[in-house]
Design a protein around this ligand. Structure first.
Ligand SMILES: [Zn+2]
Length: 139
């Protein structure tokens, strides 16, 4: 377990430097990070906020937009964090989210907001136009 924590710690440190993004923005790494945020135990020494901050850094960097969009980052984020099912919800009075799920949903929304604001920029719109043109050309 300590090796995994140390590796994750190293991975998070690498997100502070945009020259590392070409190696970091890969479907397997991004998926692993999202899964870890979704399932990390309360005893994990790495705080969720730190994990989410790393994802936010990746999500708001302009040149990560295309590879993140290509790997369906927005769906991965929604499925793993924002739309997550709370197994305790039905048993809770009032049917609200448990604290663990509510916290992950909120972090997911925060990362989603970063990504959406970049996608909503002129750069994001031109990326969508390019993809639509390519789709039309290939039929
Ligand atoms: Zn829950």
């Amino acid at each position: 377990m300590q090796v995994a924590i140390n590796s994750l710690d190293l991975l998070l440190s690498l997100t502070h430097h945009d020259e590392n993004y070409l190696q970091l923005v890969r479907p397997d790494l991004v998926s692993t990070l999202l899964t870890f945020i979704s399932h990390s135990p309360p005893s994990c020494p790495i705080r969720l906020e730190r994990l989410a901050r790393s994802l936010k850094r990746l999500a708001r960097y302009r040149y990560n937009l295309e590879p993140l969009y290509a790997m369906d980052f927005h769906f991965m984020l929604a499925e793993r964090l924002v739309w997550r099912e709370c197994l305790r919800r039905r048993r809770r009075a009032g049917g609200g989210w448990c604290r663990r799920c509510a916290e992950r949903k909120e972090l997911g929304r925060e990362v989603f907001t970063e990504f959406a604001s970049l996608m909503d920029s002129e750069f994001g719109w031109s990326l969508i136009q390019l993809r639509l043109q390519r789709a039309e050309q290939t039929g």
